[in-house]
Design a protein around this ligand. Sequence first.
Ligand code: C2E
Ligand code: MG
Ligand code: MG
Length: 748
Amino acid sequence: MEQEHLRTKIIKYTAVLVLISAVILVSSTIVVVAVRKAEERSYTAYVDSLVNEYRLRFQEQMSTDFEMLQILEALMEKGLLSREMVIADQVRDLAPNFSFYKVGYYAAGTEELEIHLPGSDRPYAFSSRPAEAQEAIRSAWSGENAVSQVYEENGARVVTYAIPVYQGDVVKGALTGIQGLDEFYNVINSVTTAGDKITIFWTKNDGTVIASSEGETVLDDGERMIASAEFPDRSDADREAIFRKTIRWEGTSYTLYCASMGDNGWNLIYIDNGKDIHSPIYSMIVLVVGAFAILFLACITAIIYTYRNTKKDNRKILSLAEQDQLTGMDNLSKFQWEAERLLAQDTGYCVAALNFRHFQYINDIFGKDQADELLVETAALLKRLLKKEERCCREKPDQFYLLLGETEEERIRERLHGIMEQISGLTANFHKNYAITLYCGVAVEQEPQDREELGKRLLAHSEFAMKMIRNGHESEIAFYDQKMHEEKQMNVMIESSRQEALENGEFHLYLQAKKDLEGGTICGAEALVRWIRKDGSMIYPDRFIPVFEKNGFCAQLDLHMVELTCQMQRNWLDQGITIFPIAVNQSKLLFYQEDYIDRLCEITDHYRVPRKYLVLEILEGLAAENLEELNQTILRLKKKGFQISMDDFGSGYSSLNILSGLEIDEVKLDREFLMAMGTNREAKQKTMMRNVVQIAKDIGIRTVAEGVETEADEKFLQSIGCNYGQGYYYSRPVPAVEFGERFLHGDQ
Ligand code: C2E
Ligand code: MG
Ligand code: MG
């Protein structure tokens, strides 16, 4: 149904939107992950290069310092520098960036001061040097360049550089230089060639921070973070590489980059939180991720918004589409859908169309509000009275449909009477004196041949049955009857297509022979209309004449038949054929038309047919209405030359006055008289006919008997002196042309 359809539609749209969002999400995730990985790689390489740059600068600084000492050592070896010489000023002149503030020479093994720089007025004995310096000097004695660990001297943090001094291949002693840390501070505080400046920690191998390019707090935090990283001792092989380790610190992830500095176990460490350094690709990623996130959010918002709105609209539409707004019960389309669904599972249902009689009156007398209240209460009552698998709905203002799980007529009547009774009782709520009556049409198919659209069919049939009793006064129930329906449909067809049929020549002239019972020859005919439709089907006058009599079309048709008759007569006359009078049935409507006689004359004149060849058959019922007026018309017609026949005499409440009171030429005894042959009414009817024929003869009126079907009929008619016979015994009504061929002859 609509509801299902809409739901499926919503689900489809949502699924498409979700799919699109998912594709966007997945592809953006793939892109982001790929970019992120590339970025990570390039970022790490970038940071590696930064840290390495600091290491190189640091090492460069140390190399420069060693070179200074090596110059002194070369001078000493060449004997240009005696150990007692005060060399500081000369050296400083030679190398302006000479950074040692004290230089000393320690003969190998003697541990004695042999030279000293100005400012050191007392001997600078080996034993008085701190352990860090002694260790560096010892390394130099063993032939290696060395830098001591950082130590304090006179309140300043310093290091001692020591290089071996050779005599030939033998180490003679160690040349030392004491230096403050300013040069190193400058290195770790410098800006890289890429323009970045990062916080570098200069640490010992155990993680103790010697110095950093930041203040004390960062240094504290940094020292603890470095300690938590627990850098392992590394072999000589991987000293060149930058060692990385990621740690979590107070909920944030940090990567520590560690560059090894040399033999004395110094490291340069950079603690990265991923934010300080911005590689160009980083901003791009942020942008891309942001854009995708916004797009995704927009998509999700659109889905939610659309879904909510559609759901809301849908609910509204469904309520409008499926519910009766006044009573809240299902409307017709929902009912129809439900009926179809339930009938598909089980055909054991009937549909009842229930309507209030004179609802307009209830509206007018009690007002719209009370009438509405009655409808609302009826709806509530119906819902209560129906079983679980039964349904009801309101269609027009005062019409309800019920789908009841019953198929037996008695049971249906019982239940509907009960329902109608209870609804009638509802008036007690607002007006005790008014008795509500309802009427109800029921459609049921015991064993439906065709299950296709069974609900729709039952609905239409129940309404049809209901309309058949619309004009009653009591509460009643009508069951749908197929024949009744077909008749109704036929009437509708007859009503609607009559004019077109007349214009298309679908009304044909048939003629039925009349026999002269005395002479034994065919001496006349009756014109009978046949409606032959486009598809070749034939409709008999009994079916459509009563309808045309009601709507007035009969007058038009009768004149048309007069015209067809005259046309045929003219045709025969032109062919030199002897014609005889033809009787044409005339509806009573014609007798009330002022120009009737003129129009008849016009036709006969037009076809130049002598009027004595036309017999006008009028129904006896017409005589009963106004004998005097009718007689006037008859006299005028006779004056014009037409013959008048009284049709179907004896079928209604015939009065013999008609025979005496009207100036007719002929009376046609209704075929009912002869139909009684062989029944228990035969004797009576025969007596009647004998007398009517006798009376007619006595007053000079010809008699025609209709419905002559047997030889016995003919014999009887002859025996009573009836003038003419008409019936299947002589001929059935046949097309006019065929009649001519069979019964007419050329002039002798
Ligand atoms: P009706 O004027 O009494 O016509 C005689 C009807 O009896 C014809 O029926 C005819 O076919 C039928 N009939 C003839 N012989 C026999 C027989 O031996 N046995 C039986 N059972 N029936 C016989 P049809 O043609 O169906 O016409 C029925 C009625 O329709 C006519 O009765 C007449 O009242 C009316 N009608 C026919 N054509 C016209 C017409 O053009 N105009 C008007 N106003 N009424 C017409
Ligand atoms: Mg007739
Ligand atoms: Mg008749």
